[in-house]
Structure formats: C-alpha cells, structure tokens
Design a protein around this ligand. Structure first.
Ligand code: RIB
Length: 301
C-alpha cells in the first residue's frame, strides 16, 4: 500500500512568549525561530520517521525549497510537490507560551493554489488499495476526497484546522479514517464526550473508523465493533505543536504495516508524547527507534 499525503508545507515562525498576546496588546517575544512545518509536512515526516513509504504532494513557492529538502532527507518521496511561480510558500505564525501551549495563524500561500487538475495528475499515479491522507490546509481537498474514493483508495482525514465548511461537507461520507481531536469532533457531530463523538460519527458515516485524541486523557478508537483506548506518557511539556501530526503519521504508519489497532495507538501515543517534550513542529518528531526504545511511562489509562 502506498501512502499519499496531499498536504500543506509551511515555514513556521515560532515566537516564545510568556502569555499569548491579547486583543489590543503589543508584547515582546523571548525568542523567535523558524522551523519546517505545516500539518501536511509534519504528518509526512511522522509517517517517514515511523518507517512508512510516503509520497508527499503539495505546492510551495520559489522560497520553499528547504521544505522539500527536509521531506527528502527524512525519506519521503517529493516528486509530486509542485512550485507556484507567483505565490509565496505558506507560513504560520506560532506563539508558544511557558506552559508549552500554542496558538497558530496560518497563511495558505501556495498551499491554497492546488487545483483540481493538479489533484487529477497526482492521483493518476495511485490506485485502489492505496491510502490518501489529507488535512484542511490545502485547496480543493473535498475534490481530492471524492476523486480518491472513486479510484478505490482509502481516505484518511485529519480535519484540522476545522471550519464550518469542512464540518458540514458532503465529502465526509467518503472518509474511511477520521483522526481528529475533541474540538473537531464537536464541530462535526455537536457532541462533547469522546464516546458520544465516536458513536455520532459512526451513525452518520457507517463505514468509517474513528481515532479520537483527547489531550491529557489519551485517545480512543471505535469502528462500530471494537473499542480501544490508550493513555499519554509522562514527559515535560515544552511545545505541543505537531503532537497531533506526530500521532496521525505514526498511527497510519503502524496500521499500514499491519500492526493491531491497540499497538498502533500505543506507538502513536508514545511518539506524540515525545514530540511534546521538544521544541518546534517537524524537528520534534521522533524516529521509530527512539519511540520503541524509550522508557517513558504511561500516566493515564
Ligand atoms: O500542527 C502544527 C502545524 O500547524 C504547524 O507546523 C503550522 O504550520 C500549522 O500548519
């Protein structure tokens, strides 16, 4: 099975702050660093570092070569990354506070220039049984969902960042795997509790499998028959950016190599916890050896 990720590529400008800036306020940051990011790129790097064969497709501007090189260095295939001549690469402005929490503004740049024709061309290289992974930071993703489904590909969606348009999209009926958090689950189902979100998603989309992350309460999985849960691990919280991306990439890599759901949740949770203990988006994502040899302890069952 080939895994194709049509996903965003962002330059992350990360500002360390005491507290997030409030309306009308001007604050100084303690430091600023640039990192390679974008939910798409982060998830491809997590897939690759977990050992999966991943093809990253997307668009950058002429200033985005470092992002493409970063994917290559990590073992992702980059032949389907296009260059928009007249647009900048997407970027994100990220504040990280002293508790490791973040808030993010994205500017789509070239990520917003992926056309239906681009998607047709990319998907012509994939077939029934392959898996398409998407987030919500690139253009025409509903079209990509529909088209991939019609080709017999499985479709995994991390509906992040959630918007009203995506929460109510007709295309959700084609999703095989939802990998989402409680906020995204609430926006799609109107339910607040983890199990209620899973049940509501399954009621509306009876063929889907749901992987719901619950922050410090870990994660749960439900496919209509089997239910699993897993806790988080005890690590110092430095920066939560890309924890969800790490989880998504690792979970899909583990499932695609045939591991049980239970094991996939364990490895993905461990990888996400390790990423939280480090700064930055893609640089914080551990490799598979580190995850498997780590002796961090689970703290919530
Ligand atoms: O999930 C973290 C990512 O969200 C950042 O890397 C930023 O680019 C935004 O896409």
């Amino acid at each position: 099975m080939k895994i194709l990720n049509i996903g965003s590529l962002n330059i992350d400008h990360v500002y360390s702050v005491e507290n997030f800036v409030r309306p009308g306020e001007t604050i100084s940051s303690k430091s600023m660093k640039d990192f390679n990011g974008g939910k798409g790129l982060n998830q491809s790097i997590a897939l690759a570092r977990a050992g999966a064969e991943v093809y990253h497709a997307g668009k950058v501007g002429n200033d985005g070569n470092a992002l493409v090189e970063c994917l290559k260095e990590n073992g992702a295939n980059t032949e389907y990354i296009l260059v928009a001549e007249n647009l900048p690469t997407g970027h994100a402005i990220i504040q990280v506070d002293t508790k490791g929490q973040n808030c993010i503004i994205i500017n789509a740049g070239a990520n917003g220039d992926i056309t239906k024709d681009d998607i047709d061309t990319i998907l012509s290289n994939f077939e029934k049984g392959d898996l398409l992974l998407l987030q919500n930071e690139t253009s025409n993703m509903e079209y990509a969902i529909e088209k991939a489904h019609s080709l017999g590909m499985q479709v995994a969606l991390n509906p992040s960042p959630i918007t009203e348009q995506l929460a109510t999209s007709y295309a959700l009926k084609y999703i095989d795997w939802f990998i989402l958090n409680e906020i995204e689950g609430y926006e799609i189902t109107g339910k607040k509790e983890g199990k209620d979100i899973c049940n509501a998603l399954r009621d509306t989309f009876p063929n889907c499998k749901v992987v719901l992350t619950l922050g410090k309460y870990g994660c749960i999985y439900y496919d209509g028959k089997e239910y699993f849960s897993h806790g988080i691990y005890d690590v110092p919280v430095v920066d939560t950016t890309a924890a969800g991306d790490t989880f998504t990439g690792y979970f899909l890599a583990c499932v695609s190599e045939g591991l049980s759901i239970d094991k996939a949740l364990e490895i993905a949770s461990k990888a996400a916890s390790i990423s939280v203990s480090r700064a930055g988006a893609s640089p914080s994502i551990p490799n598979r050896k580190e995850v498997e040899s780590s002796d961090i302890k689970q703290i919530v069952k």
